[in-house]
Every structure is written in structure tokens, then in C-alpha cells.
Design a protein around this ligand. Structure first.
Ligand code: AMP
Ligand code: ZN
Length: 115
């Protein structure tokens, strides 16, 4: 499948990894919008939330707990950070492999930043 995040998950395309487990991978966003901008993906190809099945529940739970752990490792836990999933074209989803943005490291990120 011609999916850039599947290729990152399989190692075909390099990434700056920050966390990896059997089901989940996290890597730095190539075009950061804040000092800390990390993407977390399930290794399994899921296009977005609309494509989620009940069987994916463990992956999604792990994604959230990984975000919490990554935030801690990047000293964001106390300061605060955003977790964003762009879902579908109207939301600005560019890569159709489910991913959650972790964005932090700015004192105030604004009420409605795009990413
Ligand atoms: P979204 O608009 O939610 O689909 O976000 C896609 C994100 O993927 C953007 O923030 C891009 O900067 C990021 N991105 C695209 N290609 C890569 C890549 N090869 N490595 C890391 N991040 C990427
Ligand atoms: Zn994919």
C-alpha cells in the first residue's frame, strides 16, 4: 500500500523515532509547529477514526497511554500539551493513516491552532 506512515512503521522511510512498541510508533513531525511536535501512529493501517473497528480498541488505548508517557519524557506533563487527531479532509487531514499530534513547548498554544 502506498502509505507514507506504513512505510515509516516498516522502516522503509526513515523517521526520528521517540517511542516504539509492538503496536505503536511515535516520531518527530517533519514540519513542527511548536518546539515539541510528535506524531503517534498505530503500526496497523487505519485511515482515520471513521475506519476504526472495535478490534482496534487496544491500539487506541495504547496510543493514548503512549502520549502520556512521551509527554512525561519530554517534560510536558506539568506545563501542558495538546493531543490532536485531524479526521477527514475538512479537518485538514493530509496523511490518511491515523495519527495523533502531541504539541507542546510553547507557553500558550492558542485556542484554535490548526495543528
Ligand atoms: P495531518 O494534517 O493531521 O494529516 O498531519 C500530517 C502531518 O504529518 C503533518 O504535520 C506533516 O508535517 C507530517 N509529516 C508528513 N510526512 C512526514 C514524514 N515523512 N515524517 C514526519 N512527519 C511527516
Ligand atoms: Zn498506512
Amino acid at each position: 500500500m502506498d502509505c507514507i506512515f506504513c512505510k515509516i512503521a516498516s522502516g522503509q522511510i526513515p523517521s526520528e523515532k521517540v517511542y516504539e512498541s509492538q503496536k505503536i510508533l511515535a516520531f518527530k513531525d517533519i514540519n513542527p509547529v511548536a518546539p515539541e511536535h510528535i506524531l503517534i501512529i498505530p503500526k496497523k493501517h487505519i485511515s482515520n477514526i471513521e475506519d476504526l473497528a472495535v478490534d482496534d480498541s487496544e491500539d487506541i488505548a495504547e496510543l493514548i497511554f503512549a502520549a502520556k508517557e512521551i509527554a512525561r519524557e519530554h517534560a510536558l506533563s506539568d506545563k501542558g500539551y495538546r493531543l490532536i487527531i485531524n479526521n477527514g479532509r475538512a479537518a485538514g487531514q493530509e496523511v490518511f493513516h491515523l495519527h495523533m499530534h502531541i504539541i507542546g513547548g510553547k507557553e500558550y498554544l492558542g485556542p484554535m491552532i490548526a495543528k
